[in-house]
Design a binder for this molecule. Structure first.
Ligand code: ASP
Length: 279
């Protein structure tokens, strides 16, 4: 099913330290990893989300478990981890999410903000001496999102992230917010977003795209372009979205220099892109 495909794909991305989700997540200003994720089923409008989890290895599975294991849509913080644990979802030491690259980004980010650098997490591996050899990818967000349409014509969307670098005060972005970072409806399509969450929340980007398709009859591509290139850009926000319609049509749009992305469909070759001029 589309839901299974979304969850399984996001597992791989959460496990991959290259992305800002699961292992490899961005750090908070306090040097912690607080993970957000959400998933939505376009067939039933069932949706689940978690915000600020710190010990659940696969936040996307915790989000999905909210649908099946509770009568709620969104759980936060320690309660969300406790819920995931109670259902047997894999728990890890918070040090599992640590990567040297993100720690360096945090140090740089805090220096820019004039904030103190927290002590290295006790569970982190010893700092390597060859500091210069580390690759920095400042400005590339790395939140992960997946949209899928299955053979039954059902669509689903999921998003998982460590959130904004050096976030403070329990900040929560758009990724776990249904309607902002994630939305799916068989009547319009499935959408997952990445970018500066504060703007995506204010525009309700994922739901807005679906609303334009449903109420204005826009094609999915026109809808994603209108919201990203016009509304998001006008508000000063940066980021992008991926989307799939119930007819299987795929769309994406971003106003940043690049957005790591890929898509595949029956009878069509795999397309992979980073910058604007690629497929
Ligand atoms: N949208 C995410 C957030 O604001 C971050 C990102 O996509 O890079 O938490």
């Amino acid at each position: 099913s589309a839901m299974d495909a979304v969850e399984a794909s996001i597992h791989l991305l959460e496990d991959d330290p290259l992305f800002n989700a699961g292992r490899g997540a961005a750090f908070t200003a306090e040097g912690r990893n607080e993970l957000d994720a959400s998933i939505m089923d376009g067939a039933t409008l069932a949706a689940g989300a978690v915000a600020g989890v710190t010990t659940t290895r696969h936040p996307i599975s915790a989000a999905r478990a909210v649908i099946e294991g509770s009568s709620h849509v969104m759980l936060g913080g320690e309660g969300a981890d406790a819920f995931a644990r109670s259902l047997g979802l894999e728990q890890v030491d918070p040090g599992y999410f640590f990567t040297e690259r993100r720690w360096r980004s945090l140090e740089k980010g805090l220096a820019r903000l004039g904030l103190p650098i927290p002590p290295r997490p006790a569970s982190a591996p010893e700092a390597p001496s060859a500091r210069a050899a580390l690759v920095h990818e400042e400005g590339k967000h790395g939140t992960v999102g997946v949209v899928a349409r299955d053979i039954h014509g059902n669509v689903a969307a999921g998003t998982s992230t460590g959130g904004a670098l050096a976030k403070r005060w329990g900040r929560v972005g758009d990724s776990p917010i249904i309607g902002a970072g994630t939305y799916a409806s068989n009547q319009a399509g499935a959408v997952s977003c990445t970018g500066a969450g504060e703007y995506f929340i204010r525009l309700g980007v994922a739901h807005e795209i679906c609303a334009l398709v449903r109420h204005r009859g826009l094609s999915l591509q026109d809808a994603v372009d209108q919201v990203v290139q016009r509304d998001l850009t006008a508000l000063g926000g940066e980021g992008g979205v991926i989307a799939v319609g119930p007819d299987g049509r795929l769309a994406w749009s971003f106003n940043t220099t690049g957005m790591y992305r890929a898509r595949i469909a029956d009878g069509r070759p795999l397309e992979v892109g980073v910058y604007k001029d690629e497929p």
